[in-house]
Write a protein that binds this ligand. Sequence first.
Ligand code: GTP
Ligand code: MG
Length: 372
Amino acid sequence: TEGMNAQDLAKILHRSAAEIVKKLFMLGVMVNQNQSLDKDTIEILAADYGIEAKEKVQEDIADLDKFFDDEQKNQEHMVPRPPVVTVMGHVDHGKTTLLDKIRHSHVTAHEAGGITQAIGAYQVRYNDQLITFLDTPGHAAFSEMRARGANITDITVLVVAADDGVMPQTIEAINHAKAAKTPIIVAVNKIDKPGANPDHVTEQLTEYGLVPEDWGGDTIFVKISAKFDKNIDELLDMILLQAEMMELKANPEQRAAGSVVEARLDQGRGPVATLLVQQGTMHVGDPIVVGNTFGRVRTMNNENGRKIKKATPSTPVEITGLNDVPQAGDRFVVFEDEKTARAAGEERAKRAQEEERARTSHVTLDNLFDTM
Ligand code: GTP
Ligand code: MG
């Protein structure tokens, strides 16, 4: 808007410059066509014509959270969607083994050191109903990842090994789930083990407000053995029961929006992002802004690496086609056209860069050495 005058404004608003000058006169601002206008004047005038000033629009586009929420406000066409379930718990308590059994696959066999280092996203069909699962790492180093997992989930399944009991990351997981206000279903695992003491685990958990129904509380507890496939169907039944009570809905008709589960740079394919579609339907070719990156959905795969053309709410997908690697936890929103997506993406990247610069600008060589 630097140096914008009545003539420039007239072009943007599709009016004659004379009309703009006249309108300004009525508003008490006396200018000629070539005199530059201040920002307030432009906004008042723009508002008067029923539109927001260009800068304002740009700002809104760049605010993905607001965009995301606006899209969510669209209450028409809401239909039931699968629950998103995050599996959390202390390291080695059996989260991945449980999901393996549920998916009848063997993910743990490929993990470095048998430790989960990223969030996995899977969809399974049970009793003809879809459930989306997010596996999270239990290792202490991945606290942020667990927090993000809790924030995009509907239900938390807390896995606690019956031979080990409540441990630091068990407590951390409880806190994440509580902060995110998601219901917790407790899966007391490894009940097959000789040293297993499920009642002790239950007792420990009551201290954190997780009390089973037969003890007078309202938390669902299921005693399982992930390894020996014991009571896993019962756990799935409880997940579906909990989901049913929540009446989870989304509108598949709108443009897609959701969150980044994880992202990385692939040598051959460029930036690859695992996204969870939370609203709308995503299609190959969609212009998209993901965090501070943008692009067009070039390829879209499901968790088995199979190509898919569209993804409805609660579906995890892996996409390529972004200009850069977004961050896990970032929001994404599909845009109407590529040009706007690019503008919003670039605006966001610029802003992130400025914020970063502001954060580090107080650091000079002198005070850097002072702190050493
Ligand atoms: P992180 O992802 O590193 O936090 O671990 P995790 O919670 O995913 O644990 P994982 O599934 O990798 O299992 C850890 C170990 O416990 C493996 O050796 C499993 O075979 C074993 N295990 C898991 N569930 C059971 C169970 O129900 N019974 C017994 N006996 N062993 C189990
Ligand atoms: Mg694991």
